[in-house]
Design a protein. Structure first.
Length: 273
């Protein structure tokens, strides 16, 4: 594995983490997460410069002559713009979508003709993309599970209070508002991981099989899961819906997630998990 290969993979991983951080900050207004996302993006920006410098040294020309290099340079421009906007104007909505576009461009850069990049980098990157796809999706499942647990505690506490059978153990879980807020925060954290994982999966499928199995049960239910959690966040954050009914919706979203994980994989034509 060459230095450029390792560097490109690190760029993708850190870019993924930065985009996730900006999404969380955009929804939840978390300054600590925003600062972490900014510094991760700054590291990505420096790594992109290093990657272009290595290609300049390797090929003894400006690294903007091929389709792959042009797309990479374009993503670097988007990162540069994002860093500038983040420091000067604080428009979180614009920053998130700029970085999401830049991340997609970095990932699909390997979809150009293989003659534009080394075969070793193409094959390695496709394999690493699959690994990142799996890991990121599993992270999203884990975070959604945390969201489910908080919602389930809310559900139990709500019924105990209603039936006046409350006990000391449940008292230590916090009040209903706290449980609902933590459940929402966990769901918001999981959405960008799920979205990025799906993007990587779609691109990996195209690179590996020259097709995207949109009707595969695993693919269909994965996008349904994204729609459920997106709807949950929309009602909580935009419509300001609170309370028992929204908690039930979050529990239903997790049920769809379980169906996606355990059942659709059994009928999928190419998924093994």
């Amino acid at each position: 594995m060459t230095g450029m290969n390792i560097l490109y993979i690190l760029i993708v991983v850190l870019y993924c983490a930065s985009v996730s951080g900006y999404f969380i900050d955009f929804i939840h207004k978390n300054q600590k997460v925003n600062r972490l996302a900014f510094w991760l993006l700054s590291i990505v920006w420096l790594m992109q410069i290093a990657f272009m410098a290595l290609r300049y040294i390797a090929f003894e020309r400006l690294p903007i002559m091929t389709s792959f290099e042009a797309m990479f340079f374009y993503s670097w421009l988007l990162v540069t713009a994002s860093l500038f906007i983040n420091r000067r104007f604080r428009t979180d909505f614009l920053i998130f979508f700029l970085n999401l576009i830049g991340f997609i461009v970095v990932v699909i850069g390997l979809m150009v003709p293989t003659g534009d990049v080394s075969p070793l980098l193409s094959e390695l990157f496709i394999f690493e993309m699959l690994m990142i796809h799996v890991v990121v999706l599993l992270l999203s499942y884990g975070v959604f599970t945390v969201s489910f647990v908080f919602s389930f505690l809310y559900f139990l506490k709500h019924h105990m209070l209603k039936s006046k059978s409350f006990n000391d153990r449940m008292a230590r879980t916090g009040n209903l508002n706290t449980l609902e807020r933590y459940s929402f925060f966990a769901a918001v954290t999981g959405i960008p991981f799920l979205l990025i994982g799906l993007i990587l999966g779609v691109i990996w499928s195209y690179l590996s099989f020259d097709t995207i199995p949109w009707l595969d049960p695993k693919v269909v239910t994965s996008f349904i899961v994204l729609a459920f959690y997106g709807t949950y966040v929309f009602f909580y954050q935009v419509r300001k819906v609170r309370g028992y009914q929204l908690v039930l919706f979050n529990l239903a979203a997790f049920l769809v997630l379980l169906i996606n994980y355990f059942l659709s994989g059994s009928f999928s034509t190419f998924h093994i998990w």
